[in-house]
Ligand binder design. Structure first.
Ligand code: ADP
Length: 576
């Protein structure tokens, strides 16, 4: 009976699930071998990719791509053998003396734990511009992945993989299912396994429309695989825990709950819009789904400004539809009702668990609370975890030339924030260079490292609810955007201090411009080193016509508008 049922699930893409895990009996021997090998540490993103390669989620792909696969994927969205594959899944590394063809190398995570062994059979250069253009359709550093890939190594390596240890997941242990485990569960579910509908709830607007889900399950007469992509979730990311607890609460003990399977997908998303949607359809097929719900703007990073978007709203749906026959995964378009959020109208079936919409709109701005909000099990979870905006953290990042007025304005702003009852940390570039970044120089690489270090510390403090003011020249756009992406959505306020070079030079607070002009110091930003102004900063300040106090007040007003400071508190301070 079981055998018949499982045979009704769609076969993995390429007919067989790849499995790169070394059998138990060979583990000890390979571990001993690995301990003798040179090692490379791979990024958290590559660890996610490796996990999905190992368990067959990317079948029939069984390795990080070699050059032929990489090139055809960029040009035609296909592997060299003709299978559809829209995203270049590569392992980028820095040039390294230990890298040799036909040699084994140990792959380790950031904690230096051993993951597996690669037998290198290709080392090749890749082209950032081409990847950005072909996969992400933009060169804009506002796209989070285009910004991120600027810091990836210049070489891709490829070769046979033998996996010794998969990343361990300690939370929600029953929910991390491999493709094989997912298939086994689906196959045993109530005999509906011939129609499995994958649904990836959105990340930015995290909602699950339960009535819609129930409707689909009944209409298609199938099972819904609720499959949030949670690959790069950081430890302590409260939004993630909240989302998953809510999905679980929504499913458990409800009508048709035996037709839903919740499973966490350790996928590091690329935000590549249509290409990403197609990739997700391929991945879902390997998990046993033959339908996928695709939203408008699917896997899109959202617009850098309201006026531009990276992908057309329907591009993702159209692309998945175009390949659906060949891939064996039917596209189900998601209804458009969610576009009405945050003010979900009465009678709408929307079930929103969007923290941003709660932070921004509920209940302070008087939006109608959606019906689901009354459900005690959901309200309880949200009450435990969702802080109001004025208790959430935020990073205020000053960027501009030396002498532009970053430190001066930052200091002024600090006083005002403290007065408004917020806790504040200041990370000043000059100060940070005496400890956190001691020893770093002023090459592009060192400057970017400095910015990323400050961003890392800031993001940890923001996560704990602090206001962090960073005052750093931070001349490169990509590095600043990377820091933006380390914070939660809307928790990064980029303040461009737009003081003309002549003014900064005339101020010459530290006498550095004079030295740079005399050639006594090299690589000074604005003189013989570039400064890339932000494309779309939240705030631009003019220090020629406005005083530091006026500018700091301008930022305070912005923070009040955004809800990071409550007006009530302001009044209280004034009344006392
Ligand atoms: P940065 O931190 O950007 O290198 P600083 O704040 O250390 O710049 O130096 C800016 C200098 O410009 C200070 O000496 C400050 O007194 C002066 N200044 C003059 N007008 C302004 C203004 N409107 N805003 C900020 N700084 C100003």
């Amino acid at each position: 009976m079981l055998a018949t049922r499982s045979s009704t699930l769609i076969a993995p893409y390429g007919s067989k699930l790849v499995d790169l895990r070394v059998p138990a009996e060979s583990l000890a021997e390979l571990k001993a071998h690995a301990s003798q090998l040179p090692s490379i540490q791979i990024s958290p993103r590559s660890v996610c990719d490796l996990e999905l390669l190992a368990t067959g989620a990317f079948s029939p792909l069984d390795r990080f791509m070699g050059q032929e696969d990489y090139q055809r994927v960029l040009d035609e969205m296909r592997l060299a053998n003709g299978h559809i594959f829209p995203i270049p899944l590569t392992l980028a590394v820095e040039a390294n003396r230990e890298l040799h063809l036909d040699r084994d190398i140990a792959l380790r995570n950031h904690k230096y734990e051993l993951l597996g062994v690669m037998t290198i059979d290709e080392i090749y250069k890749w082209d950032r511009t081409e990847v950005a253009y072909k996969v992400f359709r933009t060169q804009s550093l506002s796209h989070p992945l285009v910004a991120e890939l600027q810091s990836w190594g210049d070489l891709n390596i490829s070769g046979r993989l033998q996996i010794l240890n998969l990343p361990r997941h300690y939370d929600f242990q029953d929910l991390w299912l491999t493709p094989a485990q997912t298939r086994a569960k689906l196959a045993s579910m109530a005999g509906h396994a011939e129609r499995v509908i994958a649904f990836q709830p959105h990340r930015s607007l995290q909602y699950l429309d339960q009535e819609f889900a129930e409707y689909i399950v009944q209409a298609v007469d199938g099972i819904m695989l609720l499959h949030p992509a949670v690959g790069l979730t950081k430890l302590g990311d409260i939004d993630y825990y909240t989302r998953i607890r809510i999905y679980r609460a929504l499913i458990e003990g409800r009508h048709l709950s035996d037709r839903f399977l919740l499973s966490l997908l350790p996928l590091a998303t690329r935000m590549a819009g249509p290409r990403e949607a197609l990739w997700q359809a391929l991945i879902r097929r390997n998990y046993g789904a033959n339908h996928m719900i695709v939203s408008r703007h699917h896997a899109s990073p959202g617009s850098p400004s309201e006026s531009t978007t990276f992908y057309g709203p329907d591009d993702a749906q159209e692309l998945v539809e175009r390949y659906s026959q060949e891939l064996g995964v039917m596209m189900i378009p998601e209804p458009k009702w969610h576009e009405t959020l945050p003010g979900v109208s009465e009678g709408s079936p929307a079930v929103s668990i969007a923290r941003p919409s709660i932070g921004a709109g509920y209940p302070t701005n008087g939006h109608t609370s959606p019906r689901w909000f009354a459900r005690p099990e959901i309200s309880e979870i949200l009450a435990e975890t969702c802080l109001p905006r004025h208790r959430q953290g935020v990073c205020i990042w000053f960027t501009g030339l030396s002498g532009a007025g970053k430190s001066t304005t930052a200091e002024m702003l600090t006083w005002l924030l403290l007065e408004h009852g917020r806790r504040v940390t200041v990370l000043d570039g000059d100060v940070v260079r005496t400890h956190l970044s001691k020893g770093l120089g002023f090459s592009k690489e060192d400057r970017d490292t400095n910015v990323r270090r400050i961003g890392f510390v800031a993001s940890e403090l923001v996560r704990l609810g602090g206001v962090v003011i960073c005052a750093v020249v931070s001349p490169y756009r990509a590095a600043r955007n990377q820091v933006r992406n380390m914070m939660g959505k809307d928790q990064f306020v980029e303040v461009f201090i737009n003081t003309p070079l002549e003014v900064c030079e005339a101020r010459d607070v530290k006498g550095m411009y004079a030295k740079a002009r005399r050639g006594e110091i090299k690589g000074f930003t604005g003189i013989d080193d570039p400064y890339e102004p932000p494309d779309d900063p939240e705030i631009t300040l003019d220090t020629v016509n406005y005083t530091p106090q006026e500018n700091a007040n301008f930022i305070i007003n912005y923070l009040i508008e955004q809800g990071f400071i409550t007006v009530r508190q302001t009044n209280k301070v004034k009344e006392q």
